[in-house]
Design a protein around this ligand. Structure first.
Ligand SMILES: [Zn+2]
Length: 510
C-alpha cells in the first residue's frame, strides 16, 4: 500500500470520525422546544435563498401571531434587535453551553424585557435599535417566556425564525442536529441532474450545459428514458434536489450531497454550519440562473474558483471530472436529509474523445471580467470598477448604450441580471442636459429589463458624472430624484428576503 493511499485512508477516517463526534456533541445539549405547539417547518437550515443560505428553521405558527416563545435553555439576553425589515423584532439568548439561540420576526416581549428595551429606546431616542445587554441585565431561565411570535421585519407570514449559533464564532449551526421534536421520515426528492461543460468540456458534442430529468421512486432514481450521454474533457455535475418534512408540503433543503464516480467519492457537501461572512458565496454554489429564472434548487457538485464556503470535504480535483479514456463510467449521487433519509441517483456517462464537437459563440462577445485582479470598464458615458473576485468565474459582460426618455443620461446595459456578483463595485454614468440646481438630486437608477420600473441606487454628482456603488449587472441610467431617497440600507449578514427588501421602493417612469 503506497503512502498516499494510506494518508487518504487516514484523512477519510478522520473526517468520518469528526462528523460522528460532532453529531454526538450536539445531541448532548438538552434544548427544549421554543414553542409549545407541534414544530412544523416551512423552511429549514441551509435551504437555498436569494444571495444566502437560510440560517435557521422557519417554524409555522398556524397562520397567526402571539404564540409564547420559550427560551430553549437558561442563559442571558445578549442582544435585542428592533427593525422594520430583516429579522424585525428579534431576541438572542446566550447559553452556558457555548451556543446562542436566536428568535426572530416577533410581535412583542414580556414586561421584563419590554421595560428594559423601552429604556434603551428612550435613551437613544430611536425605535429601531440594536442593544447588547450585559450578562447580568436580563437573566433567563430554561423555558422562560422571552417573546411572542409575530410577523415583523422581512417576513412573508406569521412564523418563528429560529437559529442556533456558536457563541464564539457566531456561525449558524443546523438546529436539526440538536434533537428537537421535529419529524422527518421523507426521503429527499431529486428532480434533475445537470451536466456543465468546464475547461474544454463537451456534452453530446456541445459546450452547453444540459439538464436531464430523473425517474424513480422510494429513493432510487435513474435518468428518465436512460439517455446515452457522451462527454469529453472537464465536466461538472449538479443536482436539483429538495427535502420535505412531515406535516407540511414546503420545499426545504437537504443535508449532505455525495458524488461517486466508478465507486470513488469525489465530492461531498454538508450543511452543518454557515458562516455569515461567506454566506453570499451561495451564488458560486447554486445554479444561479436555475434558481432565479426557474425557481429550481440546483446544487453544483464542483467548487468554482471564487467559492469561499466551508461546506465541502472529500474533494478530488474540486469535484471537477475529467473524461478522456473512451470508456463507460458509473455515476452515483447519495443525498441525505439531516435525519439520514436517503435518496440515490445512478446513471452513466460515456467518455468519447472522438465525437464531433461544435463550439458555441455565446461567450465570445463583450468585455472580459476576470476574477483575479481589479477590473476597469471605461466607455464614453459609463465606467465600472470591480474589485478582485467580484464574480464567481471569468466571464464576458456585453455593454451597450441607448437613448432613454425621462432620464438625465443614456441607458447603459452592462452585462445582465443573470450574472451573480459578490462585491459592490463603483459605477459612474455621464449626465446629459442636467440643470445646475438639479445636480444634487441626480441618482443612478437600475432599470428593469422591460424598462418600466426603476430602482434608486443613490449617487453623488461630480463634474458631469454621477457615481454610486452597486452589486448587480443590468441596465442603469441617471434620473433626477424629486422624492425622498429610496432605501439604500445594506445588510449582508442576516435577515431573510434581503433582495426583495432592497427593491421595495420604485417609481413608474412612464
Ligand atoms: Zn427564516
Amino acid at each position: 500500500m503506497n503512502s498516499l493511499y494510506r494518508f487518504l485512508i487516514v484523512v477519510v477516517y478522520l473526517l468520518t470520525f469528526q462528523q460522528y463526534y460532532a453529531q454526538v456533541e450536539y445531541e448532548k445539549t438538552q434544548f427544549v422546544a421554543p414553542l409549545h405547539i407541534p414544530l412544523i417547518l416551512s423552511g429549514n437550515f441551509a435551504e437555498l435563498r436569494s444571495n444566502h443560505f437560510h440560517t435557521g428553521l422557519d417554524i409555522k405558527t398556524k397562520g397567526s401571531e402571539g404564540y409564547r416563545i420559550y427560551a430553549v435553555d437558561s442563559g442571558f439576553v445578549s442582544r435585542i434587535n428592533i427593525s422594520h425589515w430583516g429579522y424585525g423584532k428579534a431576541i438572542y439568548v446566550t447559553h452556558p453551553n457555548g451556543y446562542t439561540s436566536v428568535y426572530a420576526h416577533l410581535s412583542r416581549f414580556p414586561d421584563k424585557i419590554e421595560k428594559y428595551l423601552r429604556k434603551k429606546q428612550f435613551e437613544n431616542e430611536t425605535e429601531t435599535i440594536t442593544v447588547y445587554p450585559d450578562s447580568l441585565d436580563l437573566l433567563i431561565s430554561k423555558e422562560e417566556i422571552i417573546a411572542y411570535s409575530g410577523n415583523s421585519g422581512s417576513s412573508g407570514g406569521p412564523h418563528l425564525h429560529f437559529e442556533i449559533r456558536e457563541t464564539e464564532t457566531e456561525k449558524a449551526v443546523n438546529p436539526l442536529l440538536f434533537g428537537f421534536d421535529i419529524k422527518d421520515d421523507i426521503r429527499p426528492t431529486v428532480s434533475n441532474i445537470k451536466i456543465y461543460p468546464l475547461e474544454n468540456g463537451f456534452i453530446n458534442g456541445k459546450d452547453i450545459a444540459k439538464v436531464y430529468p430523473t425517474a424513480g421512486m422510494s429513493g432510487e432514481y435513474r435518468l428518465k428514458d436512460n439517455p446515452v450521454i457522451e462527454v469529453d474533457g472537464e465536466i461538472g455535475l449538479g443536482v436539483h434536489t429538495i427535502d420535505k418534512l412531515n406535516g407540511a408540503g414546503n420545499k426545504c433543503g437537504i443535508y449532505t450531497i455525495e458524488l461517486f464516480v466508478d465507486g470513488s467519492k469525489v465530492f461531498r457537501q454538508t450543511m452543518e454550519k454557515i458562516d455569515f461572512f461567506t454566506n453570499r458565496y451561495i451564488n458560486a454554489h447554486k445554479d444561479y440562473n436555475e434558481y432565479h429564472l426557474k425557481k429550481r434548487s440546483f446544487h453544483k457538485s464542483y467548487v468554482s474558483e471564487n467559492n469561499k464556503l466551508e461546506l465541502y470535504d472529500g474533494l478530488i480535483n474540486k469535484g471537477k471530472l475529467n473524461f478522456k479514456d473512451d470508456t463507460m463510467h458509473q455515476l452515483k449521487y447519495v443525498i441525505k436529509d439531516t435525519y439520514g433519509n436517503t435518496s440515490n441517483v445512478n446513471f452513466q456517462l460515456k467518455s468519447n474523445t472522438k465525437m464531433a464537437k461544435t463550439i458555441s459563440q455565446v461567450l465570445s462577445l463583450g468585455d472580459t471580467i476576470n476574477m483575479a485582479g481589479d477590473v476597469a470598464i471605461e466607455k464614453a458615458g459609463f465606467k465600472a470598477y470591480l474589485p478582485e473576485n467580484s464574480v464567481y468565474n471569468d466571464l464576458r459582460a456585453k455593454y451597450k448604450e441607448e437613448e432613454m426618455s425621462k432620464t438625465a443620461s443614456g441607458l447603459h446595459q452592462f452585462g445582465n441580471s443573470k450574472i451573480p456578483v459578490q462585491h459592490y463595485f463603483i459605477m459612474k454614468i455621464k449626465t446629459q442636459n442636467i440643470a445646475k440646481n438639479m445636480e444634487k438630486k441626480a441618482v443612478i437608477v437600475s432599470v428593469s429589463s422591460d424598462k418600466r420600473k426603476v430602482y434608486a441606487k443613490g449617487g453623488e454628482y461630480k463634474n458631469g458624472w454621477v457615481e454610486t456603488k452597486v452589486r448587480a449587472f443590468g441596465n442603469y441610467a441617471v434620473k433626477i430624484d424629486s422624492v425622498a431617497p429610496a432605501v439604500t440600507a445594506v445588510n449582508i449578514s442576516e435577515g431573510k428576503n434581503l433582495s426583495s427588501a432592497k427593491n421595495i421602493q420604485f417609481q413608474d417612469i412612464r
